[in-house]
Design a binder for this molecule. Structure first.
Ligand code: ATP
Ligand code: MG
Length: 401
């Protein structure tokens, strides 16, 4: 007798009242997409839990995949049997035996959800516990701090036995909070911001500003690789590449040096907002962290933010760099981010950008140059790549050029 299914618990979303059906269905779709490579599995779902029926598929790689699906609170390997005492005892024993090397003490926690079942939970605990003790030689009972907690749940449709809870990534299922545009540079911060946005249930489309020939193909490849890492959590993600050279050069030429960075950021935000509207998203996500660099002081944010009323979400706003780096390492984007290819902003960044810019001044400087047509042109010439976990670089570049 072997584990034949994985039991998935939802956690936070069970508190979401009327939206729950929507959440559960979305989670089911996300799990199904994630497990595409296992054609024999079947997914059963209900209001409070989900089962992945293995049908002979191996459980280890499936467990690894489930660890990246937001909205899963925890999950466990499980066995199902009929509501019949002897069968339950045998199933519990088999479940423990498959894990016995993991610990030396156990307890049984039985729950009788089906009140028709003739044995109460205490009786079940004793019956099952005694059966396990009789048929194993290394195990003893410890009801306070057991190494293995044998959970037995007698429900109407059958009895489920699980022995170990594996923590899921938490959060909300991607897509249940709507869609946002992620401003994605090649740096450390913005991929982490994208990850955290998805964790709160947002679907993201990435926007990257690219300034050839000042930024190279390798810098772009870096961003493609970062998006590919994010697809591990978000499924398929669109990457919009904005040709930004002309806008940037024009700003550089006409706006005084100390204000050019602020003006560039405003142009980026305007373009992202136009793309947001075109792709029907409701927010913009950035990797900004308060006070980290000149353009991220509150004064700068105020002046940059002035070009739009669209909500700008900054998941990293209060984090220290070390905290951000720790997440970047965990999600495996860090090593890509630190590759030394130039970014469109580093090249044009003035030596001493203003840390306390004035809105009136930037508006005044920008009034001497008509950026709007260039901004519209950049939006019109933006190219889109669709990236999934299996994306190979060559696919996309053919599409782009
Ligand atoms: P990151 O590590 O994300 O690059 P950073 O600390 O380098 O952030 P900035 O360069 O000031 O900070 O950028 C702030 C935010 O602006 C970034 O987190 C990102 O959201 C956005 N951004 C910067 N450059 C680009 C770009 N080339 N394309 C798209 N978005 C960008
Ligand atoms: Mg950067």
């Amino acid at each position: 007798m072997k584990y034949d299914r994985i039991l998935i618990r939802y956690g936070e979303m069970t508190t979401k009242g009327r939206n729950r059906n929507l959440f559960v269905r979305r989670l089911k779709d996300n799990v199904a997409e994630k497990l595409q490579a296992f054609p024999n599995i079947k997914i059963e779902y209900m209001r409070d839990r989900m089962y992945v029926l293995l049908n002979g598929e191996p459980h280890e790689p499936i467990i690894d995949k489930l660890k990246t699906v937001f909205g899963i609170h925890s999950f466990s390997l499980a066995m199902k049997c009929n509501n019949e005492l002897n069968e339950i005892k045998e199933t519990a024993l088999a479940a423990v035996q498959q894990l016995a090397h993991e610990g030396k003490t156990f307890k049984v926690s039985a729950r009788r959800v089906d009140k028709q079942f003739p044995y109460g939970s205490n009786e079940l605990n004793h019956e099952i516990g005694a059966h396990i003790l009789r048929n194993t030689d290394r195990l003893t009972v410890n009801v306070h701090e057991p190494d293995i907690n044998v959970r037995v749940e007698v429900r109407k449709d059958g009895t489920y036995v699980t022995c170990r809870d594996i923590p899921g990534p938490g959060g909300l299922p991607v897509g249940t909070s709507g869609k946002a545009m992620l401003m994605l540079s090649g740096g450390i911060d913005s991929p982490v911001a994208g990850y955290l946005a998805m964790k709160r249930g947002l679907e993201i489309e990435a926007v990257h500003f690219f300034s050839p020939p000042f930024t190279s193909e390798r810098a772009k490849q870096k961003v493609v690789d970062l998006v590919k890492k994010l697809t591990m959590y978000g499924g398929t993600i669109k990457l919009h590449i904005v040709p930004f050279t002309e806008v940037q050069q024009t700003i550089y030429k006409h706006v005084p040096n100390e204000y050019s960075l602020i003006s560039t950021r405003r142009a980026m935000l305007k373009i992202t907002d136009a793309l947001r509207q075109r792709h029907r998203a409701l927010a913009i996500v950035t990797g900004e962290s308060l006070g980290q660099v000149a353009s991220q002081t509150l004064e700068s944010m105020f002046v940059i933010n002035d070009v739009t009323t669209t909500p700008i979400l900054r998941p990293l706003v209060s984090m220290d760099k070390t905290e951000i780096i720790a997440i970047a390492k965990k999600i495996d984007t860090h090593d890509i981010s630190i590759l030394p290819y130039e970014d469109c902003c580093t090249i044009f960044t003035p030596r001493s950008p203003k840390t306390k810019p004035k809105k009136e001044k930037v508006v005044h400087y920008e009034s001497f140059v008509d950026l709007q047509p260039l901004i519209e042109k950049a939006v019109a010439n933006t190219e889109t790549m669709v990236i999934d976990e299996n994306f190979a670089a060559e696919d996309g570049f053919e599409q782009l050029f």
